[in-house]
Design a protein around this ligand. Sequence first.
Ligand SMILES: Nc1nc2c(ncn2[C@@H]2O[C@H](COP(=O)(O)OP(=O)(O)OP(=O)(O)O)[C@@H](O)[C@H]2O)c(=O)[nH]1
Ligand SMILES: [Mg+2]
Length: 395
Amino acid sequence: MQYLVEQGSSHREVLEKVRARYGDAAQVLSHRMIRSGGFLGLFTREGVEITFYLKDDAIKESEKKRIDVEDDKRRLLERMNQEKALQEVLSEVRSLKEFVADGASRPSAHDSEHPTLARLDQLLEENDFSPVYRAELIARARSEFSLDELDDYDSVEEAIVIWIGDRISLPPLPRESKPRIVVLVGPTGVGKTTTIAKLAAMHKLGIEQIPVQSVRMITIDNYRIGALQQIETYGSIMGLPVSSVETAQDLRQTIAMYRETDLILVDTIGKSPRDAVRLAEMQQLLDACGPAAEVYLAVAATTKTQDMYDVFRQFEPFRYRGVVVTKLDETGRVGNVLSALAEKGKAVAWITDGQRVPVDIETAHPLRFLMNLEGFRLNRPKLEERYGSVSLSPK
Ligand SMILES: Nc1nc2c(ncn2[C@@H]2O[C@H](COP(=O)(O)OP(=O)(O)OP(=O)(O)O)[C@@H](O)[C@H]2O)c(=O)[nH]1
Ligand SMILES: [Mg+2]
């Protein structure tokens, strides 16, 4: 037990001091009168001294309080440490954010990828394939090749090329009909009229193993100065008659007039895909061609993937059975076209790659697109085995 002493000028003052400090825990044992202060025995003052002790449970209580305080201190310290750690994390996050915001030094998505896949993804990106298309190919490679197999770059590259080729679809062979009616629609300036002229020549002259056929051309583009003249010039060079029509009735009558012809090619006015009213008018007019008519949508290979989706969608009411990819000569990259065609499930019927009539046109063939891939090595014999051979001699 611990004995304590307290002094003061009066009994009451000392008791108040003791109670203030120790409360009811203090148990007074004794008190006595004392003399305090003074100098050489002079000027001393009378006072009281109390001796007391503290009850055990009170000690425990105060000890408990001490422990509680210690606990609080520890918790506070822990919190401070946590705060500090949090601050550190925050500052890490902040600097990472700055790092990411700095595009030039952004960590590449390829970084965590197997080097073969990273390199192939990079190549696909350079060829303008859309992010979705690329992701699908890379995911397929990741799931079909083991880690060891991925180390063999050549065979993964070969597989990717084949998967790209497999996703290029061609329209089914047209039903036999006489006359066969082929209509070209599409945005302005993509090369519809030039393509019509090329197709006319191809079929009239029997190019690309196509049997020689009787051909006629019809244009419904007689609003613009020079438009009729453009197609008539082609017609006169090839010795092919060209008719111009304005109404659905005209069109029906002209087709009826040409019923003995093998192939009737219908050229249309280029339309902005955003001009829904004009598109609807033209669609009504084209209904006169009858249900057997084959409509094809012409799009330039240089069109951005997103714009291509818009064109595909806006011309949907024409129920086109395939696409003509024009101006392939104007771009070194075919990824945008191939991505859009594959993602929207469109077949490609012809490709054109220059202004010359009739040479710069070919029936679409997967190999032709694959040959345009930049940076990919092609196993030509293997691809020909798969897709059939095609004459790709330079023109
Ligand atoms: N480089 C290149 N130019 C082409 C190709 N096809 C057409 N052109 C050119 O593109 C331009 C427009 O061709 P047109 O055939 O008049 O295009 P269009 O779709 O009929 O145009 P509109 O009737 O005005 O809608 C012309 O200068 C053509 O020579 C191609 O495959 N490659
Ligand atoms: Mg035209």
